[in-house]
Design a protein around this ligand. Sequence first.
Ligand code: CS2
Length: 493
Amino acid sequence: MIQLNQQNIKDIAEIVPCPSYDRTQLKTGIVHIGIGGFHRSHQAYYIHELLEKFGNLNWGICGVGIRESDRKMYEILKKQDGLYTLIIQHPNGKIASKVIGSIKQMLLAVDNPQSVIEKMAHPNTKIISLTITEGGYNFNPQTGEFNFDNAAIQSELKAPHKPQTVFGYLTEALRKRKKDGLPALSILSCDNIPHNGTVLRKMLLSFAHKQDPSIAQWIEKEISFPNSMVDRITPVTSIADRNYLEQTFQIKDDWPVICEPYIQWVVEDNFSHGRPPLEKLGVQFVPDVSPYEKMKIRLLNAGHSVLGIPGALHGHHTINDCMKDPVFSKFMRLFMDQEATPILDPIEGIDLEKYKDSLEDRFANPNIKDAVSRICSESSSKLPKFLIPTLQDNLAKDQSIKFASLILAAWCYYSDKEINEKNEALEIIDQQRSLLHKSASLTTTDPLSFIRISEIFGNLLESQRFKNTYTSMIQQLYDRKDIRSIMREMIDA
Ligand code: CS2
């Protein structure tokens, strides 16, 4: 067995493709906060390909973990000198593995906060990018305003030199850049949030303004926050994936990444201090990302939840299992055709029918095995971005709402019972799990209790049509009609 690390790279290169560029010469041009599977299958992959094919060594990545829960990744990447294997799983069974070398190092903020600030404020750093999940932006979904009632935020406001959250770190690092007379940089959000750059800018400015108005002014004037749409399905790495590398290649990689072959990145071309020439690899730089991100979030991400939530309740374990079930795949397509597509604007050069067909193929990839538990995780921050706006748009336009409403009713039932219809415990990962459970468990006395969580559902209760549709679905579920039968009746209607 060969341990994946820089020292063994020559031996490993005889088995799987490895970086051919000189990693010792790599400079850190990008500091990335949130080194999970997705960053490693997407941005770090693109940068690796850039280094590999065009040898532009100024764009290496330094990963940053802000939370204690990032320690495992930190330790593994440290042991492996930032190297990891990307395993690309094609639907036809072909597997393409390669070792990615674009992450030069990783820093763990809880251990060494100063090293993170210095790296962000280093003259070579031109971009700080982020994948901090939909919930990481710390805003109230109902008002869209920054949430100051957060204990960590409160403590950083009082002690600017002791940052704890992304907002504290960014502000402290930018303060140092300004003080050192360094040029500004770009802060690039790579999360599935509509107008992700604009939202991040607004949140950071709210925070910075309260902490130090002079730095807020500087950020407002100097820093760009490009919006971007990111896409590559990246399931959670399983033990079987690690075993695959060990058994097939005798390579020991403690945290490889699995992904589909498809990859897309559409970025607003608005960078304060330069950017890597990723257009050479097919990244689309456009003046306005909004139509692309809306299409992706309202079709792909929502489509995932439309399969995942009822899928979990029924007892399907993966998204491809849901797609194999004709009731689920048809239901999802009808949701896309009848509820999501009508609220999308046409996009030049994109045929929405083909896009939806390709989503069906991607979801059905039998080798991705994307767990419904990953899709359902943090639904409380995903659905207000992926699904509820579609419901609201359709209510306003008097269009179909039944498919999306069933997903909310199913989510209520799922949150109340916390077991699936086969009596197996659901794996529920959600910061709001107890609130969701508490509200859902009042449903038998108040059928709308779940929807009263206004931070998630906004003003849905103002619509009588929604209340009627949702209540009739809740009744069916609580009368113990199984989710699949309800879906089947809806697709047959
Ligand atoms: C998924 C996304 O988390 C989710 O619910 O829909 O992670 C999705 O797989 C990616 O955005 C694909 O680009």
